[in-house]
Design a protein around this ligand. Sequence first.
Ligand code: FAD
Ligand code: MLT
Ligand code: ZN
Length: 472
Amino acid sequence: MRSEFLEELILILGHPNVLVDDDDKAPYLNDWRKRYSGKALAITLPKTVQEIAQIVQLCAKNQIAIVPQGGHTGFCGGATPDNTGAQIILNLKRMNAIREIDKANQTITLEAGCILQAVQDKAADQDFLFPLSLGAEGSCMIGGNLATNAGGTNVLRYGNTRDLCLGLEVVTAKGEIWNGLKGLRKDNTGYDLRDLFIGSEGTLGIITAAVMKLYPLPISQWTTLVAIDSIESTIALLNLFQKRATSLLTGFEMMTQESLTLNEKHFPHMANPLQGNPPYTILIELSDHESEEHVRQLLETVLEEAFEAGLISDAVIANNLSQANSFWHMREHITLAQAEEGANLKHDITIPLSSLDNFIKETDAQMRSQYPGVRIINFGHLGDGNLHYNIAPPLGVDPKAFNLIHEKPIHELIYAQVERCHGSISAEHGVGQLKLEDLRAHKGEVAHELMKTLKRALDPQNILNPHKVVSI
Ligand code: FAD
Ligand code: MLT
Ligand code: ZN
């Protein structure tokens, strides 16, 4: 049966686009963090939506499960197959055409396999901003961004991937093509199918193309790093910028002392330009369509006000683009420093800003008393209430051995605090296989059952990314 199935796949895609040899399959079988790996019957590399529809029809006929895959930079194991070797991976990298840029409508219609950075560049060539931006932008793909509803560093001003999407083209679990590629900002025709597929992590349909919003390219941008002593002051500073700079505030990122110490250990050239490695370093960015002087003046005025109010103790404003980029690199390298350090426990949570100070104080206190010596590598998109609350073992302790014993109770400790503060266990990275078990408790019975009802209705054979997000 397997060989017949593979022969039919080859008939659809051509020999070079169906990988079956172990060496050819290997680069697709792991996630970026090397936390998950699996086996696959074949890796399929379709080029058109019609080919994808045919693959899904063939898999439905043969009851073979499909793992959709973009850049496999996701953090929750969503794009990695299981260990049975019975699933196929459907990687979208060959489906990477920009179909249209509609200047008057300020939209771009593009295929799911487009690399995010290529989309940003293409938009900039036409004098537009495509605002989705994240550390993995050189390899993640727009289909993966949509499937995970990725966040990143511009959410504060432009929203997450969902907010940037106007229309989708999707192949359903039956192998039908739904063409919802309308670039409309208003469309109240019943249930929102687009929003159903966004964030569904490949479990309800395969996203093959999308219409995304474009924005005018800002002409001035100023970036600053500020030193601050407490989360309470950080939130007061955020509120001050929100009040004074309103929509000019495009970035507000937090890095703790411990996360920058880890950064410097692995990337000494990324040292914090602020003296004395303060408890919290905040990266703030303002951008606008007004003159550079206007924005710089505004930034300086708000910083002065913050100094006078005792909110901040030091600040350094980037004097040129290369210095601004170095501030952003320092922020984005924390993830890479964590990877260099070895296995670590990542938590991607959101907490209402009004409870964040209490959450951190309480969780840090419990963590440090129950696990003496652990390093709390916290950073995140604080403007969105999105905290990456990460745990590395005490120095000198083997990370794998530490995680084997402590991973579960540490997750439980953090997630109990998240529940207490009415937060979410996933702000932007999604659920995948990592949080499959935690989701039920977190969503509550009614919401979890509704999710399963949707999964059963849209994928009754359970062939689209089974045992990710929800199990039916
Ligand atoms: P993959 O990892 O390939 O897939 C992710 C999920 O989507 C899987 O469940 C997969 O089955 C499904 N999928 C992929 N393509 C499709 C498709 N076409 N149709 C249906 N389902 C599909 N994430 C953030 O949100 N914010 C960040 O700031 C951020 N920073 C990161 C920094 C680094 C250095 C790294 C490595 C990752 C970061 N991520 C971040 C996580 C990751 O980059 C995002 O989740 C990204 O959106 C995943 O895109 P991808 O193409 O790699 O998807
Ligand atoms: C980030 O904000 O840098 C990403 O979400 C990656 C991470 O959490 O490590
Ligand atoms: Zn993030």
